[in-house]
Design a protein around this ligand. Structure first.
Ligand code: FMN
Length: 318
């Protein structure tokens, strides 16, 4: 009897909780400063109901984030049920990008409460979803190889998982068995010892490593330019921190490619500030097997092809 009375109440409470999470997610995506009272109002509940479920702002932000990560992870098998594997993979990455946008709105608060525990908690389901999709796409010839980017310096809540050799090996332990395709690990330069990370990637079964990714950097708004963040008036980048690339990182790329090539036996894809055949040659000279061109391609989309052509001439005997 008591149970019968409680069930509708529990269903109401769950409904309210879900509704608050839904509204809060959109509100935070639009503005990290959204007030809890306005969220309660939009969700059609009183402030007391909101505070009963989420005693403070941090609790609500974390709940929204956990809810989203779980939804993202849960969507992988559903997409695979409804679409061919390649389409499901694309749709899932669209969702990942959308959740990235929401996460951006939550970033300031998330940043304040982010802990290793939260990172560990969210990587599990996301990596589970990725491995499920990779397994489903294993027979698709459109995917020639997989590059696993284990760093993301240009988002506020980005964590360089690749900076920790132990964490990197853990990720590879999940991803490696999911695919027989060539697996390239994109290393982060934002770490204590990039050769240790490359070694961990090789030990974890990577077929190649690529480096360097961008260096974590900050740009301040020049005088008179509109600042993008009200909370940090002088920050000029939407994500707060950004990634430095191009000519400025070339010496770092040379040093890190040399260190990695001296440590591992798998191929090394070198990049960072390559603008000419001479720059490409320097990376090959310190041990790169292949060279990639990033930033320069924005200035000249034909840069990579031109550099390859020049390099062939430069390397030709006589
Ligand atoms: C606008 C831009 C976007 C980038 N996006 C990614 C990315 O999504 N994944 C990744 O692994 N590296 C990304 N990078 C890093 C490049 O792949 C490359 O590692 C880095 O920029 C160094 O090479 P570069 O100096 O030739 O650009 C990006 C770089 C730039 C400039």
């Amino acid at each position: 009897m008591i149970q019968r009375q409680q069930e509708p109440r529990r269903a109401d409470a769950l409904h309210n909780r879900d509704r608050i999470l839904e509204v809060a997610r959109d509100a935070f995506a639009a503005s990290g400063d959204a007030s809890l009272n306005s969220i309660a109002k939009q969700a059609g509940v009183g402030p007391g109901t909101l505070y009963r479920h989420f005693p403070n702002r941090e609790a609500l932000v974390l709940a929204v984030y956990r809810h989203d990560v779980q939804q993202l992870a849960d969507s992988a098998p559903l997409l695979l049920d409804e679409h061919p594997p390649l389409a499901a993979l694309r749709l899932w990455f669209d969702r990942l990008a959308y959740y990235g946008k929401i996460k951006h709105g939550l970033a300031d608060v998330l940043h304040a409460v982010t802990s290793d525990g939260l990172a560990g908690e969210t990587y599990g389901p996301v990596i589970g979803a990725i491995t499920l999709l990779l397994r489903a796409c294993e027979q698709r010839t459109e995917i020639a190889a997989i590059e696993l980017n284990v760093s993301c310096p240009n988002v506020k809540t980005g964590l360089d998982i690749g900076a920790d050799p132990i964490q990197l090996e853990r990720v590879l332990a999940e991803v490696r068995p999911a695919t027989g395709k060539p697996l390239i690990v994109k290393l982060t330069p934002n770490c204590a010892n990039v050769a240790d990370c490359a070694q961990a990637a090789q030990d974890g079964g990577a077929d190649a490593v690529s480096l360097i990714n961008t260096l974590r950097a900050l740009a301040l708004a020049p005088p008179g330019a509109p600042a993008l963040q009200s909370s940090r008036p002088t920050t000029w980048l939407g994500g707060g921190m950004g990634g430095l690339s191009g000519a400025a990182v070339r010496p770092v790329a040379l040093a890190q490619v040399a260190a990695v090539a001296g440590r591992v036996s798998i191929p090394v894809v070198g990049m960072g500030g390559v603008q000419s055949a001479t720059h490409a040659r320097q990376l090959l000279d310190v041990g790169a097997t292949l060279v990639a061109v990033g930033t320069e391609s924005f200035r000249n989309p034909a840069a990579a092809a031109q550099i390859a052509k020049e390099l062939i001439c430069e390397l030709a005997p006589g």
